[in-house]
Design a protein around this ligand. Structure first.
Ligand SMILES: [Zn+2]
Ligand SMILES: [Zn+2]
Length: 342
């Protein structure tokens, strides 16, 4: 083996080549039941894809669920990232980008009806049949990339994907002034959803039990409450469920008013076992909500409408990726960043 600089590489992370000339890079991979740092071949993009040198990635609840068996995924973990395009079309080359995670066929009934996030043949970065972002390099369709404006730091850019998912709530349910809205769960996603909704002049309550994350919201002037202290049961027009746990749905059902709306954000490995009688009797509308608009998330970050910097509680190197995943599972942590390269 010898060290060499792969053509076009600009950082110090020179790849190792094997005797047959394949460049080898590092990636944090989940192979049931283990997560480990592995040597993998440098991914090679198709003609419609870009090769991205990842600079930073964020650990999210979905990554933690995957290693518990959610999505039956094996491969390189991670889907929240910012990086530099090393090869691809001229308009993206050398640009700092974030990337939408759904890689779609463009031909199926969902794609042709404008619902390509629901593409029936999609792969999803680090979640479904596509290696993810906890790696020195990733590939993604060029059309998935969004150039990050200079006013948005790498730290902020890592939050584009989850922030877009938070904004998606407001695209699915019109949030009007004076509406009573509850966000249940004050984890990584709940903090983003609460901050997004706090700009909508609604009467917002974040319901949680983690004193660290509730203090974060208190500092932003967002009302917080423990579940025991929520005075008004069955009183909220809209309840956004972000607990990441099957316990969230029964809580949401206890808070929403008759004819109200529950937005479900949780994907988790365990089954929901809520009694849905209240859903029928109270004529509740229940919506699932997943990925959202990257362009709008970038604008929100550029305007500093949502603060993400205080959500970063740890920074780890890719070499310590296993420890980063373990750390992200600790309740005192909010966002753990994995720094890659340089
Ligand atoms: Zn995520
Ligand atoms: Zn499709």
């Amino acid at each position: 083996m010898r060290l060499f600089a792969f053509a076009g590489m600009t950082n110090e992370n020179a790849c190792v080549t094997t005797s047959n000339g394949v460049a080898i890079v590092k990636a944090l991979r989940f192979q049931k039941p283990d997560t480990e740092l592995a040597d993998v071949p440098l991914p090679s993009p198709t003609d419609k894809e870009v090769l991205v040198r990842v600079r930073q990635a964020g650990v999210c609840a979905t990554d933690l669920e995957i290693v518990r068996g959610y999505a039956a995924f094996e491969g390189t973990l991670g889907h929240e990232f910012v990086g530099i395009v090393e090869s691809g079309p001229a308009e993206l080359k050398d640009k700092r980008v974030v990337g939408e995670i759904n890689c779609v066929c463009g031909k199926c009934d969902m794609c042709t009806s404008g619902l390509s996030n629901h593409c029936r043949r999609r792969t999803v970065l680090g979640i479904v049949d596509r290696d993810g972002a906890f790696a020195e390099y990733l590939t993604l369709p060029a059309r998935n990339c969004h150039i990050v404006p200079d006013s948005v730091s790498d730290d902020a850019a890592v939050f584009v994907e989850p922030l877009a998912a938070a904004i998606q709530v407001t695209q699915q349910v019109p949030i009007e002034p004076r509406m009573q809205v509850a966000v249940v769960g004050t984890g990584r996603l709940g903090l983003l959803v609460a901050q997004v909704l706090s700009k909508r002049q609604c009467s917002l309550t974040a319901v949680g039990r983690n004193p660290n994350t509730m203090r974060f919201l208190d500092r932003k002037g967002i009302r917080t409450s423990t579940l025991d202290d929520v005075k008004s049961r069955e009183a909220f027009d809209v309840v956004v469920e972000c607990t990441g746990s099957p316990e969230g749905l029964p809580i949401a059902l206890s808070l929403v008013r008759p004819r109200g709306t529950i937005v479900m954000k949780t994907t988790c490995q365990a089954d929901h076992s809520a009694d849905l009688t209240a859903l029928v009797v109270n004529e509740i509308t229940m919506l699932g909500s997943r990925c959202g608009p990257f362009g709008e998330a970038l604008s929100v970050l550029a305007r500093r409408d949502v603060d993400v910097s205080e959500m970063i509680t740890s920074r780890m190197k890719l070499a310590d990726g296993v420890a980063a995943m373990e750390k992200a599972a600790q309740p005192e942590q909010i966002k753990v960043l994995i720094e890659i390269g340089d």
